[in-house]
Design a protein around this ligand. Structure first.
Ligand code: GN1
Ligand code: MG
Length: 360
């Protein structure tokens, strides 16, 4: 199957070595080595990305804009096929794209130092800043309503009423717990109504494995651009908080290991504010801590809804997998909420360091 795809790129069977890479929950990825060249091959999950051509169009528009306005910026655009396409379609296996492998780069799966969190935040902040004059509305919503928390809440609410009855019963306590956080959804509605809070070009999946690092541990560029689409900055900053603050990730079953670390929080804020803080409106700067609540809560109710809906979206490796993931994220949210005063102080410090102010 892979070999017929490689042919479209002019890569011959005999010379190529293809090895699967462990990556996210949605797309499949392989490393391809051929004639001394390395590539990353990715299959788009077209049950999730229903219009793969829109994904390709977004990446092309962003690539063209950056090439024209910021030619020195390292943006990893897909390799073209022999017939100059961004993507290959094969009726049995779906849609594939190939990216050049950036020499000397590596990815990490776990954030183990505040420096790494800082480097990543700087990368995502720089990407957003360089695109702040690009009209985000030119881009397609590659997953419509992807980070629409209000809709996610309704989906969760439906699943908790009409989903798998046995599972709903099992999850009763966390469903009730999740309902107690409705204020996070209400605040999202005020964000949507506030015209000074712009929809920007956002990455929407800022976990650490989507940053390439060089040998010295400096951030090189960002990858996995399928969810690059219009959104609010809280999506990118929030997902960094969700995935960098705790030493234990969403898969952890021992919840006593979930904690939020002050120095990692400062590193995220430092990296993002120093690259993107100037672009943010004061109204947006007021939402930095809210970003974490917003994204962690959204992930919790997405996992919980999926549990009630028989794991239709995320899949599951064991019976209670999505129940455990949802419980985990609700605990992470609590740990973050407990730090409100300390973290507001850190945000104030970092803004001050950059001579920036908020409304409040
Ligand atoms: C999915 O596929 P992956 O792991 O990059 C999901 C994200 C979630 C993440 C949770 C398109 O990302 O929104 O945060 O799982 N992406 C999509 O692990 O739904
Ligand atoms: Mg992804």
């Amino acid at each position: 199957m892979i070999h017929s795809i490689l042919k479209a790129y002019g890569i011959a069977d005999e010379q190529s070595v293809v090895e699967p890479l462990v990556s996210g929950l949605i797309n499949k990825t392989w490393k391809v080595t051929s004639a001394g060249q390395d590539y990353i091959l990715q299959r788009i999950n077209h049950f999730v990305f229903k219009k793969p051509y829109e994904v390709a169009t977004n990446i092309r528009l962003v690539d063209e804009y950056l090439a024209q306005h910021h030619p020195d910026y390292l943006f990893v655009a897909p390799v073209k096929t022999l017939s100059n396409e961004d993507m290959v379609y094969n009726k049995d296996d779906g849609y594939f794209r190939m990216f050049p492998y950036i020499k000397g780069s590596h990815t990490i799966n776990v954030v183990s130092s505040p420096d790494q969190a800082y480097e990543a935040a700087l990368q995502f902040g720089t990407f957003a800043r360089l695109l702040s004059n690009f009209d985000a509305e030119k881009l397609h919503d590659t997953i419509p309503d992807f980070h629409n928390l209000t809709l996610r809440y309704y989906q969760f609410d439906d699943s908790s009423k009409y989903g798998n009855a046995k599972r709903i019963k099992r999850a009763k306590a966390i469903i009730e717990d999740a309902r107690k956080h409705l204020h996070i959804v209400e605040q999202f509605e005020t964000v949507r109504l506030n015209k000074r809070i712009k929809r920007r070009v956002m990455h929407h999946d800022t976990k650490i494995s989507n940053v390439l690092f060089d040998e010295k541990g400096k951030g090189l560029c960002i990858i996995d651009l399928d969810t690059v689409m219009p959104g609010y900055f809280i999506s990118d900053v929030g997902d960094m908080m969700r995935t960098y603050l705790s030493p234990a990730n969403e898969e952890e079953t021992d919840f006593s290991k979930i904690e939020v670390r002050d120095d990692f929080f400062r590193a995220i804020v430092h990296g993002y504010v120093s690259s993107m803080g100037n672009e943010l409106m004061p109204e947006e700067r007021d939402l930095i801590l809210y970003s974490g609540w917003f994204l962690i809560y959204m992930q919790a109710i997405r996992f919980l809804a999926d549990y009630c809906n028989n794991d239709a979206y995320y899949g599951a490796k064991y019976e209670d997998h999505n129940f455990v993931r949802a419980s985990n994220q609700l605990i992470l949210l609590k740990r973050l909420e407990e730090k409100t005063d300390v973290f507001e102080k850190i945000i104030a410090d970092e803004l001050k360091r950059n001579n920036l102010f908020t409304l409040s």
